[in-house]
Each structure stands twice: as C-alpha cells, then as structure tokens.
Design a protein around this ligand. Structure first.
Ligand SMILES: [Fe+2]
Ligand SMILES: [Fe+2]
Length: 287
C-alpha cells in the first residue's frame, strides 16, 4: 500500500479494551455521470485538477487503499468531512460500494452537502441528509456512539459555528463521565495552528480565531462560545478533538486544554490510525 499512515496513541481512563480506528478526511471524491447537467459536469472538470496526489494516484485509488487498510487493520473508519467534493449520486454510490463491509462514523464537511454555488444554505440540509441516508450514511449532522468505553460525538460545524442544540447534546454526553472523542470538520483555533493555516489558505479557516490583525472567517456566535466553554468545563473527559478541512496535518492543544488532531487530506494519500488503549491504573477500565 502506498498510503501514508500517521500513528497516534490515545490513553483512555474509561476504555474497557484496546481498539483502533482510521481517521480519513477530505478525500474530495469527484465523480459525475450522464445525468449531471452542464454546470455540474464543468465543475467536475475544474475541481478534479485541484486534488492531484504527489504520487500520481487517483483520488479513488487513495480512498480504496485507505479504506482497505482500515478494513484490515482497524475496527472502524472515522470520517471528518469533505469525503465528497459535492453531493453527486455517483460519488455516493462509489462511497457506499467501497464501504460495504466497513463500519464507519461520518461528520459533514462543507463540500459534502452542497455545491459551491449553493453557499452552504442550511435549508438544503434536510434533503441532503435524506440523500446520504439512502446511501447508508446515517446522520452526519449530530450523533453519539459508544465504542469500548469511549463516546464518539460527531457534530456539524461546517459554517464555522456550533449551535445551542449541539452544546446541549455535547454536555449531555460529557456528563456521562466517560472519555469523549469529538469529531467535526473544521478545527478549533490553536495558537500554533493559525499561522500555518493563514500561510496555506490566506485566511484563518478555523473556529474561533480571535488573533489581532486576523479577521475570522465568520465572527464567533454566542452558541460557539458556549460550546468552547462546555469543552473547557469538561476538558478532563475530552480525550481528543479530531478534525480536517485545512488539508494538512497538525497536532496541538487548544486554548481550553484539549488535544486536537488534524489529518492531511485523504486525496493526498494520508490517513491517521488512532490506537485507543486503557490507561494503566484506572479502575474504570476493569471489566
Ligand atoms: Fe476539504
Ligand atoms: Fe472543508
């Protein structure tokens, strides 16, 4: 396999056993078929050139290699969005067929649920959620799943914000006292992350950037501040924050004291294997 695998170990005080999952993000699958109109077909042509892999592998081959690795080496896949470059049925069919025997969790990326000219209109979400469900992707908007004593919480922050509903949901999960892994598309602001993001993208495409001289992509809302406060309040229970969107890998602590892991875009050939291991000496691991 030519895919590059970053190895990350998480020690959990509530994990009941060791397990692993493969983090894949920003694959940007670009497909079209004869049913697409002229605008969508042209979009495919222009977008395909944006994601050339240095090793010369196609986006599809990268995705197939990475998911085969997950199938053989991990318990499940965790997707943090932009797996599709836009919600084409051909791409969804490819995703469904490739993931046929592989369990996965999926959080929306901004590209997954809308075409560039739709400008992330939230009114589209119900129909796009239904479309994804018909291809086996269940609730990429907001969900919680427990695996081996650790809770995985997936949220939708594709407009650089969280909602009050997500705050309440996150707090409800954190109150259970188990370690929680949050996964969503857009990373949270971190001091060492911001300069690299600005030099790569020309603007701070992260959540909650408040650095002097840098205009945030969107001014932070009260609900997003609330979410950051919730994460800070329960930081002992936040095992990791996992995100994508910026297309390069980065690890750092966020200002509220939790470790954040961002993985390079899957279309460039990278995935990250997280190995969760029970922390020695924690009684809650027993049984
Ligand atoms: Fe992306
Ligand atoms: Fe994105």
């Amino acid at each position: 396999m030519s895919a590059y695998v970053i190895e990350t170990v998480l020690e959990s005080k509530t994990a009941t056993r060791a397990f692993s999952f493969g983090h894949i993000t920003d694959s940007h699958l670009v497909f079209s078929d004869a049913t697409d109109d002229e605008r969508k077909t042209k979009n495919v042509e222009s977008r395909r050139g944006c994601f050339e892999n240095p090793s010369g592998l196609s986006i599809q081959t990268c995705f197939e290699e990475q998911t085969t690795f997950v199938k053989n080496e991990c318990d499940f896949a965790l997707f943090t969005g932009d797996i599709l470059d836009f919600p084409a049925k051909t791409s969804l069919a490819f995703f469904r067929d490739t993931m046929k025997d592989i369990p996965f969790l999926y959080a929306w990326g901004n590209h997954d649920w809308n075409y560039a000219w739709e400008h992330e209109d939230r009114a589209l979400l119900p129909s796009r959620t239904a479309l994804y469900a018909s291809y086996g992707v269940e609730n990429p908007e907001m969900r919680a799943d427990e695996f081996g004593g650790v809770i995985f919480v997936g949220l939708n922050n594709t407009d650089y914000q969280f909602t009050e509903e997500e705050c309440a949901f996150a707090e409800e999960q954190l109150k259970k006292g188990k370690d929680v892994i949050f996964y969503f598309h857009i990373p949270l602001y971190a001091k060492t992350l911001c300069p690299d993001v600005v030099s790569y993208w020309g603007k701070p495409i992260v959540v909650g950037c408040d650095e002097k001289g840098l205009s945030p992509v969107k001014p932070i809302t009260d609900a997003t501040v609330h979410m950051l406060n919730v994460l800070e309040k329960y930081r002992e229970n936040v095992l990791a924050v996992i995100a994508g969107h910026i297309h390069f890998s980065h690890e750092d602590e966020t200002p509220f004291g939790c470790k954040q892991y961002v993985t390079e875009a899957g279309c460039y050939g990278t995935l990250r294997r997280f190995s969760v291991v029970p922390k020695k000496g924690c009684e809650s691991n027993v049984g």
